[in-house]
Design a protein around this ligand. Structure first.
Ligand SMILES: CC(C)(COP(=O)(O)OP(=O)(O)OC[C@H]1O[C@@H](n2cnc3c(N)ncnc32)[C@H](O)[C@@H]1OP(=O)(O)O)[C@@H](O)C(=O)NCCC(=O)NCCS
Length: 159
């Protein structure tokens, strides 16, 4: 993501989080922080128009996803999963053990998406998004991956 992308990013942000969208300043901050990364997805069939983005930070051996959105017209086509998969690949490359994020407890689409990408609920932060709006803390860990592989191995052995 670059400064020049922010107009398109902000349009998706406002459609995705109408109640409390990130501001231009919040995205600019992510572009300046050395341990923060923000990536955009472009539709190569539509002149490279921005159709999604993910912002994350890496601190020590942990990553945190701070923002993720896909343009409404581009949803349900696997892009959200692909953006999360990019962050998971980055964690593996860096040898990071965990990825965390917070998601509103009523955001079914996002919770399904993260579960699909091997993130598991790790706690509840009550009233995190304001009164009666709780956050589910979800995390991916390299350990989950080992366990998944071990389960697959076990199944293969017993077959
Ligand atoms: C959440 C979001 C990023 C998903 O993006 P997407 O590109 O539509 O996601 P994908 O197409 O990769 O879907 C992956 C999985 O997510 C789940 N999913 C996606 N949209 C869903 C919906 N509306 N309802 C239920 N599950 C949904 C499904 O399990 C899906 O897997 P499947 O297609 O095999 O069933 C998108 O809906 C979005 O931008 N929402 C607004 C912003 C937001 O909530 N961001 C997350 C904040 S933490």
């Amino acid at each position: 993501m670059r400064e020049a992308d922010l107009e398109a990013v902000l349009a998706i942000e406002r459609q995705s989080f109408p109640e409390e969208p990130w501001t231009r300043g919040m995205f600019q901050r992510e572009l300046q922080i050395p341990f923060a990364t923000s990536m955009v997805a472009r539709d190569t069939r539509a002149d490279g128009a921005i159709v999604g983005y993910v912002c994350w930070r890496c601190l020590g051996d942990e990553l945190e996803i701070l923002n993720l959105a896909v343009a409404p017209t581009a949803r349900k086509g696997g892009l959200g999963c692909a953006l999360v998969a990019l962050v998971v690949e980055e964690a593996k490359t860096r040898g990071a053990a965990k990825i965390h994020l917070e998601v509103r407890d009523d955001n079914e689409a996002a919770i399904f998406l993260y579960r699909r990408c091997e993130f598991f609920p790790a706690g509840l932060r009550r009233h995190y998004y304001g009164r009666d709006h709780h956050a589910v803390l979800m995390s991916w860990s390299a350990g989950n991956l080992d366990r998944t592989n071990a389960d697959v191995d076990k199944q293969t052995t017993s077959d």
